[in-house]
Design a protein around this ligand. Structure first.
Ligand SMILES: Cc1cc2nc3c(=O)[nH]c(=O)nc-3n(C[C@H](O)[C@H](O)[C@H](O)COP(=O)(O)OP(=O)(O)OC[C@H]3O[C@@H](n4cnc5c(N)ncnc54)[C@H](O)[C@@H]3O)c2cc1C
Length: 417
């Protein structure tokens, strides 16, 4: 039986292991952490699953907003100034890729291929692993100050429509019927169809347990490199020794860059750090999950508490979380929901995760340059949770030799040369 080692047990690694297992491969997962660990971006993300996730972060006009965002201490974007010289080429490429509609449109199409059927795919996996309670059909309510503010985002909404996303537009009255908890400052809403994973970390952990119960081996330890006989892969070198295998998948999220470089693929992978806080105690009465478009944060009830997600911080892969980012999230949410402002002395849970991000907004999925036996599957940025099952299907197709080049060309590891 062909033995595949999957490096990294975040959502991309575990869904890939699941897909390979179902296709008859012997699979070993390699990760120093348990699946579902808080170190992975897959632990604390927003869990939003929707065909609407087709808009890259860089869009036309963004360059004009970046200086203001950087100067605003409560803005959605932070850069560690000492890293700026290293980061400039990445940021330049990022802005360039989103500078025109002609550049954005193919990116959105390539994202749509990955997320188009995500709510169903997650539901199907959840049902098979006994975790259906973790996936719920719920929309995301985008809140705008006014219909005019919504209309100013004509291109993203047009792309979403073209690519199969559905939503209902809500003027003042209907908005307050759908969401009585809407703060007064918002006068327009778009309730977008989709689903949510209520606890992404628990979903990954449940899938990890299912895999191990069905014969997948979890080897704890960091992958350090690869061994070859000519072009043929013979094993993975790890902290705990060599693991003999016939094929391997690099799905170590934001940590994949060094492994890819060792395979001849230098890709500009950055850790785009994001955050969440959970504020216990008195919470706004919300029926829906909200995206406050002016603050770029999501807000939702979790039991008796409120969970707030957001912020992009380019401070590097290994630097610890900056407590200021959590404070900013809290202040932004408290401005909209004063009830959260009284949480000053309350204990809030905090988390920082690293989105594995490439400057063109697409992941890397494809055979490595060093050997066709090693396949890359990383760099999913803001949409990795939603796009993991389709990524897993593509990776399995590459390994079995059934993937069509036209289906994977957009994600080539060699597109940055
Ligand atoms: C605040 C925030 C909100 C988000 N919201 C959403 C959302 O609503 N919807 C959505 O689709 N996406 C969302 N995302 C993005 C999503 O979380 C990521 O794209 C996705 O989790 C990436 O998964 P991954 O498996 O590639 O990486 P990770 O989940 O980071 O997993 C990588 C794994 O590799 C392991 N590893 C690292 N180095 C090695 C090594 N050398 N050897 C072996 N193992 C190694 C790590 O321990 C880790 O377990 C959000 C992200 C953040 C931060």
């Amino acid at each position: 039986m062909t033995h595949v080692a999957v490096v990294g047990a975040g959502i991309v690694g575990v869904t890939t292991a699941y897909s390979l297992l179902r296709s008859g491969y012997a699979v070993t997962l390699v990760d120093p952490e348990e699946p579902g660990s808080a170190r992975a971006a897959s632990f604390g993300n927003g869990g939003w699953l929707s065909p609407s996730l087709v808009i890259p972060s860089a869009m036309p006009g963004l360059w004009k907003m970046i200086p203001g965002m950087l100067l605003d201490p409560r803005g959605p974007l932070t850069v560690d100034i000492r890293r700026l010289p290293r980061l400039m080429p990445w940021l330049t490429r990022f802005i360039w890729n989103g500078a025109t509609e002609e550049r954005v449109r193919p990116t959105s199409r390539a994202l749509s291929r990955l997320v188009g059927s995500c709510p169903d795919r997650h539901r199907q996996i959840a049902s098979e692993i006994g975790a259906s309670h973790l996936i719920e059909p719920s929309g995301l309510l985008f809140l705008y100050r006014s219909r005019q503010a919504y209309a100013r985002e004509a291109l993203p909404w047009a792309l979403r429509r073209e690519l199969g996303a559905r939503w209902i537009e809500l003027d003042e009255g209907p908005l307050r019927e759908v969401e009585p908890g809407t703060p007064d400052i918002y006068g327009f809403g778009a309730l977008v169809e989709g689903g949510h994973c209520v606890d992404p970390g628990k979903f990954v952990a449940a899938l990890g347990r299912f895999l191990v119960a069905n014969g997948v081996v979890h080897r704890r330890g960091r992958a350090l490199g690869f061994s070859f006989d000519g072009d043929r892969l013979t094993g993975i070198e790890t902290e705990g020794g060599n693991i003999a295998c016939d094929k391997a998948v690099v799905s170590a999220g934001a940590w994949s860059g060094t492994l890819a470089a060792a395979l001849g693929d230098r890709v500009p992978l950055e850790a785009e750090r994001g955050h969440h806080i959970v504020i216990p105690g008195p919470a706004p009465a919300l029926r829906n999950r909200l995206l406050l478009t002016d603050r770029k944060i999501t807000v939702r009830r979790v039991g008796d508490a409120t969970k707030i997600t957001g912020q992009v911080d380019f401070s590097g892969l290994e630097k610890p979380a900056n407590p200021l980012r959590f404070q900013v999230l809290r202040d932004l949410a408290a401005d909209a929901f004063p009830i959260l402002g009284s949480a000053g002395s309350r204990e809030m849970a905090t988390w920082m995760g690293r989105r594995p991000s490439l400057p063109d907004g697409l992941p890397v999925i494809g055979r490595s340059t060093r050997s066709p036996d090693v396949v890359h599957a990383f760099g999913h940025g803001h949409v990795g949770f939603a796009s993991a099952p389709e990524t897993a299907r593509l990776v399995t197709g590459i390994i079995t030799g059934t993937a069509r080049e036209s289906d994977i060309a957009a994600y080539s590891p060699r597109r940055f040369r």
